[in-house]
Design a protein around this ligand. Structure first.
Ligand SMILES: Cc1ncc(COP(=O)(O)O)c(C=O)c1O
Length: 378
């Protein structure tokens, strides 16, 4: 089993050598991760040499357009989908908003949308608001005791009126990796599509979206070492349910039809840097540019996290004064931890201990949320 060279990884992130950040590295994914140098280098080149309207015939413009196109091609390879299924939008919240408008155009009164109770507001409110238009909203409830989402509770909600199920690949609080494949199979049985929020999952490795069976898969590149953008994978299986949201002359343009505003060209070009980083990590660990690379990189990152997740989980489960939310087995979760601390204030825990937990024993990246008696979080 190849071991991730953490020294090499740190060298890819200029923030690690910043004097102002010395000994303070908050690589937590809610606020976004620091950018790897490959992304920063591409930004610099774009702004210095290519900051023009892309896709015209002069060199700077040709180079700008080619770099943007390349980002789409490379993300499609890593996510195992086709190029015309990858779109860049401003953020996941804005992308779900646009998608909800797109769905509305094709739904009828009495159609149903199921939303899991584990959703971030980005993948909940936009769907709930469609109730005003006669769309029924059903909630796929979590287990009260541990916050987990079980497939067995989705089954009874499904019938022929259901057009879409919205779920998270991994909740930003519970940290459990949900069974997307099983949910996809169930949704497809009644002719519904599955929309998956991958924002909290993707910082831990890009998934094989084809294997997951999701019809729409969303995540944010500012949490995966890149620019502040959201990626929408819209599989062909969902196209018939969506009304184009772009300028009318872009309706048949596969990179623009679901993006109402003009894109940030530099950000799309610089997103290549995320893939450069993954490719560099793979080369460094003996890989080559074969078709197995995306899964090899995903596995390398994931296997590196697991021992730290186990250490943290065992520690939290062992504390009698707190209650861990989500699974206690490393394999089932990402290093995002929430626990309820009934007798201690969140602020105090944060002050005294959070910093050490953020680092983890091997100084890889952990994230933890503390929920206090009054519901406040730290
Ligand atoms: C699980 C999850 N989904 C969606 C979002 C929203 O993403 P964005 O900030 O790109 O709108 C977040 C943001 O933190 C999140 O944690």
């Amino acid at each position: 089993m190849v071991k991730l060279d953490l020294k090499y990884v740190r060298q890819q992130f200029p923030a690690f050598s910043s004097k102002t950040l010395a000994s303070e590295f908050f690589f937590e994914n809610a606020g976004g991760s620091y950018m790897c140098k490959q992304v920063i280098d591409r930004f610099q080149r774009y702004y210095e040499q290519r900051k023009v309207q892309p896709y015209y015939a002069f060199k700077a413009s040709v180079d700008a357009g080619a770099e943007m196109d390349m980002a789409r091609v490379r993300f499609a390879q890593y996510l195992n989908v086709s190029i015309d299924e990858v779109l860049f939008g401003p953020s996941t919240s804005q992308n779900t908003y646009v998608l909800s408008q797109a769905f509305l155009g094709r739904l009828s009164r009495g159609d149903t949308i199921i939303i899991s109770e584990q959703e971030h507001e980005a993948n909940s409110g936009v769907w709930r608001r469609l109730e005003c238009n006669g769309i029924e909203i059903r909630i796929w409830p979590i287990n009260e005791a541990d916050g987990r989402l079980q497939i067995s509770r989705l089954k009874p909600l499904l019938d022929q009126t259901v057009k879409m199920v919205a779920m998270t690949h991994c909740s930003n609080l519970v940290g459990e990796i949900n069974s997307v494949r099983d949910a996809a199979d169930l949704a497809h049985q009644v002719g519904a599509i599955l929309l998956v929020d991958g924002v909290s999952y993707c910082p831990h490795g890009f998934p094989d979206v084809n294997a997951l069976g999701a019809d729409i898969y969303l995540f944010s590149t500012y949490k995966t070492y890149g620019p502040h953008q959201g990626i929408m994978v819209i599989r062909k299986s969902a196209w018939h349910l969506l009304e184009p949201q772009a300028h009318f002359f872009n309706h048949s343009n596969s990179s623009k039809w679901m993006v109402p505003a003009g894109p940030d060209h530099a950000q799309i070009a610089a997103a290549n840097g995320i893939i450069d980083y993954f490719d560099d990590v793979d080369y460094h660990h003996g890989g080559s540019s074969d078709k197995e690379r995306p899964r090899r990189v995903q596995k390398l990152l994931r296997e590196t996290e697991k021992p730290n997740i186990q250490i943290m989980t065992e520690y939290l489960v062992g504390r009698k004064d707190i209650r861990l939310i989500g699974p206690s087995v490393a394999n089932d979760r990402v290093p995002t931890f929430s626990f309820v601390a009934p007798h201690i204030s969140a602020a105090l825990i944060g002050k005294k201990t959070c910093r050490r937990w953020y680092y983890g024993r091997n100084r890889t990246f952990l994230r933890c949320t503390i929920i206090c008696r009054d519901g406040s979080r730290s």
